[in-house]
Design a protein around this ligand. Structure first.
Ligand SMILES: Cc1cc2nc3c(=O)[nH]c(=O)nc-3n(C[C@H](O)[C@H](O)[C@H](O)COP(=O)(O)OP(=O)(O)OC[C@H]3O[C@@H](n4cnc5c(N)ncnc54)[C@H](O)[C@@H]3O)c2cc1C
Length: 379
């Protein structure tokens, strides 16, 4: 059988490595396709605008790790999935057949959803955005009003807090006096991670004198102001607002593949609800009856769940592994180190959680150690 995995991020790579190792001595073939030759450790993009990381420091070629696991790597740009024919089509007009397909091509900014957002906000979503933001950060001067925020429909608010605190630390270090305003659509600061996290974030915002608005949506942006649903408009000369998001363009172009804004609906086995030989993991899926919260750890765990279920199916068994939401995260807090967050369901069927959070120097050091370990593991 031929198992094709689209995407070489946390989700796709983990699916491929797991399946590659399991199927190494079999006659099944595992192929990973990505449009870029390297894995990018995206959580560390947060440091690029402040000159603390170069893109090369946080990228590693995909081929060596894949080769070791017996996975074939194809660098190509997917332009369409043809589920009726079990085929993937590429930009260079070639196609690839699959018996099982795993879609792991991530999420993309959907600026067009909010009037004026495109072109009026910076980004740290990808290498291009982070490098552009770096250039703009270097031009910041005292008196420049700054707005950082997260718009409704964005499933990864964490990076906006990290950018906010890193920027605050940078401005202090450079002795630039600017006012920063923060806003979020969340009811409380980063509330899906738990009450303790919200409380700690509030404390840090107050100590740093950062005014913030929760539970507001972004109505529109123009060249000088950000307009919020609470009637307040905030002037800016530097803005970084996380936009709503969508799936890859090729998913919109794939006629027989159901999707919502380019995201693939899957069940708790991460199997497409439409095609039983298609799975979707990470930022690119919508899991039925689960909140849409996206992060690298979830993508990685989901990669393993999908891989195990495909392995069961190859052996003629039914899938047995279900994905369950949980949180184990590290967040940068600028001058105050970092924060460690845990949120686990107390049992499989329960809706109550065990929550814990702690801030200080150690979480910051752990975040650096994790980055180094992850990249070393793939080298
Ligand atoms: C600044 C920042 C900070 C973050 N911080 C954290 C954090 O602290 N902790 C955490 O857990 N998560 C964090 N995240 C989120 C995390 O990085 C994402 O959730 C994660 O990368 C999603 O993994 P993925 O595999 O689903 O998609 P991606 O990592 O986006 O990978 C998608 C892959 O698909 C490929 N691809 C896309 N389109 C095509 C195409 N048409 N053809 C072929 N290949 C294609 C891409 O090249 C890439 O290889 C952060 C993200 C950012 C941007």
């Amino acid at each position: 059988m031929q198992i094709v995995i689209l995407g070489g991020g946390f989700g796709g790579l983990n699916t491929a490595l797991w399946l590659g190792e399991k199927l190494q001595d079999s006659n099944h073939e595992v192929i990973l396709v990505a449009d870029k030759p390297s894995f990018l450790f995206r959580p560390s993009l947060i440091w690029v605008p402040f000159g603390q990381r170069k893109i090369d420091d946080i990228s590693i070629p995909l081929s060596p790790a894949l080769q070791k696991a017996g996975v074939q790597f194809i660098k190509n740009n997917v332009t369409q999935i043809l589920p009726k024919e079990n085929k993937v089509a590429f930009q260079d007009q070639t196609t690839l057949n699959y018996d099982f397909l795993v879609i792991a091509t991530g999420g993309f900014p959907y600026y067009e959803k909010i009037e004026g957002l495109k072109g009026n906000t910076l980004s740290i979503y990808d290498t291009e955005g982070a490098l552009k933001t770096k250039k703009r950060v270097e031009y910041l001067k005292s008196g420049d009003p700054v707005v950082i925020g997260v718009a409704q429909g964005n499933p990864s608010p964490g990076m906006s807090y990290e950018f906010l605190f890193e920027l605050d630390a940078y401005l202090k270090q450079k002795k630039i006096q600017s006012s920063i305003t923060y806003f979020t659509y969340e009811q409380e600061l980063f509330d899906h991670t738990g009450k303790k996290v919200a409380k700690l974030l509030k404390k840090h915002m107050q100590e740093k004198q950062i005014p913030h608005y929760c539970n507001v949506s972004l109505e529109k942006v123009d060249a000088t102001q950000v307009y919020l649903s609470n009637g307040i408009s905030v002037p800016y000369s530097f803005s970084l607002i996380l936009p709503p998001y969508k799936g890859a363009d090729y998913i919109f172009a794939s006629k027989n593949l159901d999707h919502k804004n380019g995201l693939i609906p899957v069940n708790s086995y991460l199997q497409s609800i439409q095609w039983e030989n298609i799975y979707a993991v990470g930022d690119t899926n919508i899991i039925l009856d689960m909140p849409i919260i996206k992060n690298g750890r979830a993508a990685e765990l989901q990669g393993q769940v999908a891989a195990e279920n495909i392995y069961f199916q190859i052996q003629g068994k039914t899938q047995q592994k279900e994905y369950q939401n949980s949180l184990l995260g590290l967040m940068e807090l600028g001058t105050d180190g970092g924060m460690f967050m845990i949120k686990y369901p107390t049992s499989k069927l329960s809706s109550s959680f065990i929550e814990w959070a702690s801030d200080g120097a150690i979480p910051h050091l752990l975040k650096i150690a994790f980055e180094k370990y992850y990249l070393w593991k793939l080298s």
